[in-house]
Write a protein that binds this ligand. Structure first.
Ligand code: ZN
Length: 132
């Protein structure tokens, strides 16, 4: 695990949340990107070497829509960058962590990502990412 790549926050209204992070927190805005595999629209902010991603569902069956229904928004996951996602996934499995996907899926900007069950990580969903 090299560093915190990003922290993702689930929001009901991307326009409103984006304005708050831009105007109130004054974070440097990077832009928006749709992640089709997760059925979300993300708004990305840069904070030093890390990012904050606001995520809004684009479909009713998006995992984020389910999360918003249950919890009404807030911290959704923390993402750690790794050098080699396949090796890291194998290591985590060996350590007894519960992975939510067997193989990496496509993330923002051509990255490869995988998720760990919150039960394996103190109640928080954890994502790992390998950058292209
Ligand atoms: Zn993420």
């Amino acid at each position: 695990m090299k560093k915190i790549d990003h922290i993702a926050i689930a929001v009901q209204n991307l326009d409103e949340a984006e304005a708050a992070y831009k105007d109130v927190l004054d974070l440097k805005w990077h832009g928006r990107e749709e992640v089709a595999t997760q059925k979300v629209l993300t708004s990305i902010f840069e904070v030093g070497e890390s990012r904050v991603e606001l995520i809004q569902p684009t479909a009713a069956d998006s995992p984020i829509a389910v999360f918003l229904e249950k919890k009404g928004g807030g911290l959704h996951h923390i993402c750690f960058e790794v050098d080699d996602i396949e090796t890291e996934m194998a290591r985590l499995k060996e350590e007894g962590a519960r992975l939510l996907n067997e193989t990496p899926t496509a993330g923002v900007g051509g990255s490869k990502v995988a998720f760990l069950h919150p039960k394996s990580c103190g109640g928080v969903l954890v994502e790992i990412v390998e950058k292209p």
